[in-house]
Write a protein that binds this ligand. Sequence first.
Ligand code: CA
Length: 229
Amino acid sequence: MKKILIVEDELSMVKGLKDNLEFEGFETDTAMDGNLGLEKVLQNKYDLILLDVMLPGVSGFDICKTARKEGVITPIILLTAKGEEIDKVLGLELGADDYITKPFSLRELLARIKAILRRPPIGKEGGVEPEFIDIGNIKVNFKNYVALKGKNEIKMSYKEFEILHYMYMNAGKIIQRDDLMSDVWSIDYEVTTRTIDNFILKLRQKIEADPNNPKIILTVHGVGYKMIL
Ligand code: CA
């Protein structure tokens, strides 16, 4: 049974989500403030986390950031209130997988939860992957989210790992920006082609010998990208 953690401070929302998710066959756990939420995120194993942004104690953004820093790779859907100025790029950088704006319909939330749970977990396709994979200038361990250049660890965000992994799994094929949008982010996420191009730019700076003359992540003009290994 898939287990979902609900971190939300509004009692009626917690009850509604809990009842409905359990009715749909999920197991649930709840935390009604940021401190307890963070504790549960770091200590327990879940298949998915629903994370309110505005929480007493630690904010949803900070929980998300800390969780990723500590190596928690559980998918996270942020719950944001209408009118709340949410910096979408910030949300992406912090490693959230999706967000949904309140008030939302249960059907919409369930569709997003199911879309995320359908995705194969990163690093697990086909079972065994070697510990470290050579990609350009760096060695990457997709299971533990570690990237090394020589002996030095280089900093990569959760999303950068996800995009790199997606490209690695599709190496040699043309990857359209739309593919990246729908497969690495949820379809509804407001990702622009500009966001994707910025991520590619950052990845090239990390993996290419000469980022201005890329040999690994090639641009396919008018279409997208192609990874050559
Ligand atoms: Ca709240």
